[in-house]
Ligand binder design. Structure first.
Ligand SMILES: NC(=O)c1ccc[n+]([C@@H]2O[C@H](COP(=O)([O-])OP(=O)(O)OC[C@H]3O[C@@H](n4cnc5c(N)ncnc54)[C@H](OP(=O)(O)O)[C@@H]3O)[C@@H](O)[C@H]2O)c1
Length: 291
């Protein structure tokens, strides 16, 4: 539980235009933080400001663009003077879906540019400010950072990579008392589902006929599951509360598994032999062996 007292630190959140990032921005603003909300358009910044206090400052931040990252860090440094930064929430992310046999490599690269490389680039830029105040880093992973599933291999790989980077970073930053936490939510109701389904449709429609004849039955079935899950997620505010806990508590947890679905999925992946887990996932997604 996060106490109701007011907090006075400052936090940068990437990908605050919608979903979990937006929920974090609103929640942390309510707790009293000075929130620097990473957005990629003025309209998104204005829309967010309408839902928060005057304190919240939208900041242009494209995690794949070095110039934008450095400009954001410099602007925030100038605003904070010498007080340092209390927290960095690396939340921005996208989902690329499709069968790995045919997934265009450019899409795989985009997935990693945003979900992996971008997170470290932003972290590097803000670490000097975090060091000044023993701030904390909170990385947004997923239960898919622990359990990989078909047709989401690209996304899952990006979150597995983020997990590995976070584990290393956490120990590297111990000498300075900079805590590094990772959040592993299950299915959350946010615009990411609609965006990823439309992106997946676009990729699918441009694949060669061979890909369709081999995979269409399975992809249709996975598509239906994604639609089901998107309608049964939990609210983004639940994740924002976990982020707030990681920022405010004296001893933050290393890992925050958020949602019953994530708890079950990660637990099953830990205890089951791989071949049983494979069968379970294939059955769940309606992928039967062809023979
Ligand atoms: N929703 C879930 O079920 C779920 C579950 C587990 C983990 N997560 C993770 O939670 C994080 C947030 O996802 P969400 O569900 O809240 O999705 P969302 O509503 O689609 O939000 C994604 C955010 O990332 C931003 N973004 C995308 N590309 C960017 C870039 N190059 N630079 C900076 N920002 C960029 C988007 O900004 P624009 O609006 O400008 O595109 C948006 O603000 C992601 O890392 C996701 O993997 C989500």
């Amino acid at each position: 539980m996060v106490s109701k007292k007011s907090f006075t630190g400052s936090v940068v959140i990437s990908g605050a235009s919608s979903g979990i990032g937006e929920a974090c921005a609103i929640y942390l603003d309510k707790l009293g933080y000075q929130v620097f909300a990473g957005v990629r358009s003025d309209a998104d910044g204005e829309a967010l400001k309408c839902k928060t206090s005057e304190r919240l400052t939208p900041i242009f931040l494209d995690v794949t663009n070095e110039v934008s990252i450095i400009a954001a860090a410099n602007r925030i440094k100038a605003t904070l003077d010498s007080t340092g930064l209390t927290g960095l929430v690396n939340n921005a992310g996208i989902v690329i879906a499709g069968p790995l046999e045919f997934l265009p490599v450019a899409d795989l690269r985009e997935q990693f540019e945003i979900n992996v490389i971008g997170q470290i680039a932003v972290t590097q830029a803000f670490l000097p400010l975090l060091r000044e105040s023993q701030g904390r880093i909170i990385n947004m992973s997923s239960d898919n950072g622990k359990v990989s599933i078909p047709f989401l291999g690209s996304y899952c790989a990006s979150k597995f990579a983020l997990e590995a980077l976070t584990d290393a970073l956490r120990i590297e930053l111990q000498p300075w008392g900079i805590a590094v936490c990772i959040i592993e939510p299950g299915s959350v109701t946010t615009p990411i589902w609609k965006k990823s389904i439309s992106k997946a449709d676009n990729i699918w429609n441009n694949l060669p006929p061979e890909a369709r004849s081999l995979y269409s039955v399975f992809v249709d079935s996975a598509h239906k599951k994604a639609n089901e899950l998107s309608n049964n997620g939990f609210p983004a505010e639940v994740v924002a509360k976990a982020v707030a806990h990681a920022l405010t508590t004296k001893r933050p947890k290393i890992r925050y598994v958020v949602g019953l679905d994530a708890k079950i999925n990660i637990w099953l992946a830990k205890i089951l032999p791989d071949w049983i887990l494979d069968k379970l996932i294939a059955h769940y997604l309606g992928i039967a062996k062809n023979s």
